[in-house]
Ligand binder design. Structure first.
Ligand code: SF4
Length: 853
């Protein structure tokens, strides 16, 4: 068995992984103790990557429509269509929409083709949806998109402000680092988030501010600190706009509390804490960025750090935490439509420099269309050929219904992906099979500017090819072969590194010149490398503050969206893991109990969430962590995983004017009960067809599939979903219930349970039977539980050790457990990846409270 050091496929923490192959398509996964981003730790998603590397659902052959094609045929069609479109309508009639899932080398080649040789800057990335506002704010403040912090700052801070970040779920290894700092040195944690998430549960202070009021909060903070600042000194070491100080006049703790709808005492506690702790890190992510004022929010945070000098020294920095594994690498090569390449913009000098380096006289000289505008241009016909790489905009873009209309109307759509059947792929004229994680080879950059190798340890499956190769082959067929004759990713990386250093002379901080001469062997062996040093040092007068004002906010009910702990984006990978699917099996709308009561909703009811753009259905979950009038839904579900839960049908297309990032987190919405006459579940060994019902979800479970269904009318059609085999059926007419079990050789093949009174048994025992040998008559499956005493362990909390909430509560009560560590010692929960530790802490706190009551 050989082990390969690589990096995780998911978030921007960029954890190092040791993958040890155990078979053709199997591997064990462990954290890389030598990787400085994670020192061996992994979260639940990284830990279970091994469950996602099979070939299920993979696209393994180029497809022209629904016909298999050779690579040469497919590439020739793509090249010809793009060339013809450009010849007839000009370079701006085509576009690439790419992804933070691409490796830096893939990104570089795609960017070079579009901006250098096609001569348009119409290449944008799904990173636009995740951190473009942070990019714009960095550029405003530092003249370049540089993250000034590093992970060690989290270890060394006395105070950490987490803003708009459910870190415990979305960046769990950073969360573990914060937990360690709290334990080791008493670092205080303040969570600034409208929702009381698991991240907020155990914080020193939670600021449950009104959604969108972050600028008011940070302006208030700085106004409070102003008397202790020497303005002349601030103006000496930074650039302060003429109207800046005046913009803070009249702001007090009282006005801040009112603007943020937070108790005055809470605001005063925050102000006192920040004043007392110069070593402050403010880490922010999507709650800040995904806003129509996201750039100003990030600027308000950076202003605080620049004005107080809390930047560039250990434990003091504003810190943008990125969402995707290689959003940063994309930023470095210029994968955003608003930058050219290697942190250079479209100034004539930069265009000339890049054109000279690439030997590409047609290099684009103006920014291209940002994601939302790009799809609008597809919709209105200005863009006539679109190539989507490694992303699923039919699900992930705001106002996704309109994006689907655009894709439907586009004369030519190419999709490169690892997955055969995605919502976006259904609109493609050509689908190209790309290599996936574990197969591809290149580099990624994490949130702290650290470049790491992502290495292959699996053979390329079928006809799948690296993204850089696919793009380069199209470029060759468009007549640009001389500039795209790469022997492999090492050659591309060297060229990228050389461009960052080209005519640089210290003008650009991104300078990878030291890596531009790596041999292939040195590239293969490359250790994680943080460019720009540990922290970005700012020369006197270099940092710029920006005057920012709190905009007016939406009145009425609003909708927020985000991630579940164990799922990633549109679930094309994480949903392959039965373990990861245990944590949250359905898309739920989280509602404050009083809002639910007003809407006549109970937990588990089906509800419609509507906006001006569309409607989506969710099961109801009551949560007193929600503010009144605010809803929260997950972003992950697609047409492939259910009917309902299609969150991004709801947000509108408004964007931040500086960054072009959409405001996903604040959508005017309404909530209404959806009546259903029956509900059902289907457990099956083989993947069942999609039900024809009002609402359903279909997820992987150990040994098979679980489908949850609800609808109206006669549910008899559900029986067509059952496989062939020996059937046992029981009907309870009085309760409107039906249970059907299908077995083969006395082993469970499928079970369909339907009810009209809303009562269905726990699914867990039946699911477990998919993995059990035949043992007794199949009729026993009708009971949906083991004979004798039933042990229902409740909703899974710890996916690593499969420990449920009821079991944990029972152990806390019977064994007198008083700490997360004690629960771990008793049940194992929380002792592997640690992703569930906040949930364990919450259960302990809840039980302490109920004991005290
Ligand atoms: Fe992967 Fe989790 Fe690390 Fe993110 S925190 S890189 S998802 S292991």
């Amino acid at each position: 068995m050989t082990s390969v050091r690589t990096t995780c496929a998911y978030c921007g923490v960029g954890c190092g992984i040791v993958a040890t192959k155990t078979g053709a398509r199997t591997a064990t996964i462990a954290g890389d103790k030598a990787h400085p981003a994670n020192h061996g730790k992994l979260c639940s998603k990284g830990t279970h990557l091994g469950e996602t590397i099979g070939l299920e659902g993979r696209l393994l052959t180029p497809m022209l429509g629904n016909l298999e094609a050779s690579w040469d045929q497919a590439l020739t069609v793509v090249a010809r269509q793009f060339a013809d479109t450009i010849a007839k309508h000009g370079p701006d009639s085509v576009a690439f929409y790419v992804s933070g899932q691409l490796l830096t080398e893939d990104y570089y080649v795609a960017n070079k083709l579009m901006k250098g040789f096609i001569g348009s800057a119409n290449i944008d990335t799904n990173s636009r949806l995740c951190m473009a506002s942070a990019v714009a704010a960095h550029s405003r403040a530092f003249g370049e998109d540089v993250v000034p912090a590093c992970y060690e700052d989290l270890d060394e801070a006395d105070l950490i402000l987490l803003v708009g970040s459910n870190t415990a779920w979305c960046h769990p290894v950073i969360w573990q680092r914060i937990e360690a700092a709290r334990a080791a040195r008493g670092t205080k944690l303040v969570v600034i988030d409208p929702r009381r998430t698991e991240t907020a549960e155990g914080a020193y202070l939670h600021i449950g501010l009104r959604p969108g009021s972050d600028i008011a909060l940070f302006n208030g903070l700085l106004a409070h600190l102003l008397p202790g600042l020497d303005r002349a000194e601030v103006e000496q070491r930074s650039q302060v706009p003429a109207d800046y100080w005046a913009s803070l006049e009249g702001i007090t703790a009282e006005t801040t509390a009112a603007a943020c709808d937070v108790p005055l005492a809470t605001i005063e506690t925050l102000f006192t804490l920040v004043a007392a702790h110069p070593r402050t890190v403010t880490a922010f992510s999507m709650g800040v960025n995904q806003s129509t004022s996201g750039t100003d929010k990030a600027s308000a945070i950076i202003n605080l750090h620049v004005a107080t000098g809390r930047i560039g020294s250990p434990g003091a920095a504003p810190f943008s935490i990125t969402g995707q594994p290689n959003a940063m690498g994309g930023r470095e090569v210029g994968g955003l439509a608003s930058t050219l390449a290697a942190h250079m913009g479209f100034e004539a000098e930069n265009v000339g420099r890049v054109a000279h380096f690439w030997e590409a006289p047609q290099t684009a000289c103006k920014p291209g269309l940002k994601a939302v505008d790009l799809f609008e241009a597809v919709h209105d016909g200005r863009i006539k050929a679109l190539w989507v790489m490694a992303t699923n905009p039919a699900v992930s873009m705001p106002n996704a219904g309109r994006v689907r209309e655009a894709l439907e109307a586009c004369p030519f759509v190419v999709v490169s992906d690892v997955i055969a059947d995605t919502d976006t792929g259904r609109f493609a004229h050509v689908r190209l099979p790309a290599l996936g994680w574990g197969e591809k080879d290149g580099t990624v950059t994490n949130s702290e500017r650290r470049i790491s190798r992502q290495r292959a340890f699996l053979a390329p499956p079928g006809e799948a090819k690296p993204d850089w190769w696919i793009v380069a082959e199209v470029a060759k067929r468009m007549g640009f072969g001389a500039a795209f004759g790469y022997a492999g990713p090492a050659a591309i990386f060297r060229e990228h590194a050389a461009l960052t250093a080209f005519e640089n002379d210290g003008a650009r901080r991104l300078d990878l010149g030291a890596l531009a001469t790596l041999s292939d062997a040195e590239y293969d062996a490359m250790e994680p490398y943080r460019w720009g040093g540990d922290r970005i040092a700012l020369a006197p007068g270099e940092a710029r503050m920006t005057t920012v004002h709190q905009p007016a906010l939406t009145e009425g009910m609003t909708l927020n969206s985000g991630r579940y702990r164990d799922q990633w984006h549109t679930m094309t990978r994480t949903a392959l893991s039965p373990r990861l699917s245990q944590h949250r099996r359905e898309p739920m709308v989280e509602v404050h109990p009083l809002d639910a009561e007003e809407a006549g909703l109970l937990a588990g009811n089906l509800a419609s969430v509507s906006s001006a753009q569309g409607e989506a259905l969710f099961k109801v979950a009551l949560s007193d962590g929600q503010r009144r009038g605010e809803l929260f839904v997950p972003m992950h579900w697609t047409d492939r995983t259910g009917r309902g839960g299609r969150t991004n049908l709801l947000p509108d297309s408004r964007v931040d004017p500086a960054s072009g990032q959409p405001g996903f987190k604040l959508t005017a919405a309404s909530l209404a009960k959806v009546a259903t006459e029956w509900s059902a579940f289907l457990i099956a060994r083989a993947v069942p067809a999609e039900p024809d019902a009002l609402w359903w979800t279909r997820i992987r479970v150990e040994g098979g599939w679980l489908v949850e269904i609800a609808g109206n009318g006669d549910p008899a059609a559900l029986e067509t979903l059952l496989p062939t085999g020996d059937r046992v059926k029981v009907i309870d007419s009085a309760r409107g219930a039906k249970r059907i079990v299908v077995s083969r050789d006395d082993r469970l093949e499928a079970a369909l349970f339907i009810t009209r009174d809303g009562r269905l048994p726990s699914r867990d025992w039946l699911i477990a039977q998919l993995a059990e040998p035949a043992d007794g008559a199949p009729i026993r499956y009708l009971a949906a539980r083991a004979p004798g005493i039933q042990v229902d362990q409740g909703e899974t909390v710890c996916v690593c050790f499969n420990v449920g909430e009821k079991r944990i509560r029972a152990a806390i009560a019977s064994e007198g457990l008083t700490s997360v560590a004690a629960i771990g010692a008793s049940l194992g929960a929380g002792t592997n990846c640690g992703s569930c530790r906040p949930a364990l802490a919450r259960l302990l706190a809840q039980m302490e409270l109920s004991d005290a009551a």
